[in-house]
Design a protein around this ligand. Structure first.
Ligand SMILES: [Zn+2]
Length: 266
């Protein structure tokens, strides 16, 4: 059964209002939203309305969330599913936003079987079938040289988790080749990790070398934030991401007449 029927969507659209001035100011913030065509922008706007209707975006740690903050987060989250469907964010409802980095507590067992309690500062976190947690301060860090974008990062993990734990292997569309995805991402990940291990200069955030799940999330950030770098460094990964997200950000920037180099190489 479809979670989000056409009838329900039309009813939500009719009854919901989005502050036009806030919407326009958020769209003006990001190179990836500025480059959207008129049709894409309209689709994104609808997606943001549905997202705000279906998800609860709440402040924590004393953060009071304003409408423009909710629209900002929803807009970035919806960029990932612009060519897909809001149904890709099924199975959970909450986005929790802290003012700044928050502390995650977890346990792990070392090789000797000793359990360690760890408290680690986090900028974002995604739970399987649970909430997305974000640091507001980090959502506002734009223009980082590695294309840092914590919202895109965490929501990419959400898409990855549609078929279980995050492992860099989201559910692929009909017509996409699973073997090809694994080959392309597997070899790119090994290659990237090797470059990071040897302290080579990399255009993509070195955090991608952490594990295949992070490689998918970080290359997704870069795919939207600085697509030309991904296309230049890992063209196979770019093509797989373009097929998965059903978007071609390099072509879009060129069509929008935006200086692709500027948007891409920082
Ligand atoms: Zn991550």
């Amino acid at each position: 059964m479809q979670w989000f029927t056409k009838w329900r969507r039309e009813r939500i659209l009719k009854r919901s209002a989005l502050d036009e001035a806030l919407w326009r100011s958020v769209v003006a913030c990001y190179p990836f939203t500025r480059a959207l065509s008129v049709q894409e922008r309209a689709r994104l706007r609808e997606c943001v309305i549905f997202f705000l209707h279906e998800k609860s975006i709440v402040g924590a740690g004393g953060l009071e969330l304003r409408d423009e903050m909710r629209i900002d987060i929803a807009t970035q989250a919806c960029m990932l599913i612009l060519g897909l469907d809001l149904d890709y964010y099924r199975g959970w409802v909450e986005v929790i936003v802290y003012p700044d980095e928050f502390v995650a507590e977890y346990e792990y067992m070392d090789e000797d079987g000793i359990v360690h309690q760890v408290e680690e500062p986090m900028t974002g976190e995604s739970w399987l079938a649970g909430p997305v947690i974000l640091s507001w301060a980090d959502t506002q860090m734009r223009g980082d040289e590695h294309g840092y974008n914590v919202v895109i990062h965490e929501f990419a993990h959400k898409l990855d988790m549609l078929n279980g734990d995050a492992n860099g292997y989201p559910p692929l569309h009909a017509g996409m080749d699973r073997g090809e995805w694994s080959r392309v991402f597997g070899s790119a990940y090994e290659h990237f990790r090797n470059r990071v291990d040897h302290d080579e200069a990399v255009g993509i955030d070195p955090y991608a070398a952490e594990n295949p799940a992070e490689f998918f999330a970080v290359t997704s950030e870069a795919f939207f934030e600085m697509p030309k770098v991904v296309l230049a460094e890992y063209p196979g990964v770019y093509r797989q991401l373009a097929a998965f997200y059903r978007q071609d950000p390099v072509a879009r920037l060129a069509a929008a007449g935006q200086p692709v180099e500027l948007a891409a190489i920082r």
